[in-house]
Design a protein around this ligand. Structure first.
Ligand SMILES: [Fe+2]
Ligand SMILES: [Fe+2]
Length: 121
C-alpha cells in the first residue's frame, strides 16, 4: 500500500507542476492518464484486500475509493476539454481528499491487516 501511495504522490507532484506552468507539456495528458490509472488499480487492490480479509469497515472505505476514482477521472477530463485551470483546481481537491483518506481510512486498514497478521505490502 505504502509504495503505491508514494507513486501516486509522485504523479500528483508532476501533474501539479505541469498544470501550474504556462508552457505546453506534451506529457501532461499521459501523466493525468497515469494518475487516473494508478488510482483505479490502487483502490481496486485495496478493495480486494478488504474483502479477502473481511475488514469490518469496508463499506465506507470503498465509498471513498469510488469518490477518488471519480475525482481522478474529472481531473483528466477537464484537461482534455482544454480547461487547465479547472483541472488544477480539481487536482488540489483530489490531493486534499487523498491525503485525508490515507491518514484516516488507509491507516486504520493498515493497522487491521497488521493485527490479523496479513501483510500489506
Ligand atoms: Fe484506501
Ligand atoms: Fe490507499
Amino acid at each position: 500500500m505504502e509504495v503505491e501511495h508514494t507513486d501516486m504522490q509522485r504523479l500528483l507532484a508532476k501533474a501539479r507542476d505541469g498544470l501550474s506552468s504556462n508552457g505546453q507539456n506534451i506529457f501532461l495528458s499521459e501523466i493525468l492518464e497515469a494518475l487516473f490509472g494508478s488510482t483505479r488499480v490502487h483502490t481496486f487492490t485495496e478493495n480486494l484486500l478488504m474483502r479477502l480479509y473481511e475488514y469490518p469497515d469496508r463499506e465506507h472505505h470503498i465509498e471513498e475509493h469510488e469518490v477518488l476514482d471519480a475525482m481522478a477521472l474529472e481531473i483528466w477530463d477537464a484537461y482534455k476539454l482544454g480547461d487547465k485551470e479547472l483541472s488544477l483546481r480539481k487536482l488540489t481537491k483530489f490531493t486534499n481528499f487523498l491525503n485525508k483518506h490515507i491518514d484516516d481510512e488507509d491507516e486504520r486498514l493498515s493497522r487491521y491487516l497488521t493485527e490479523i497478521g496479513a501483510t500489506a505490502a
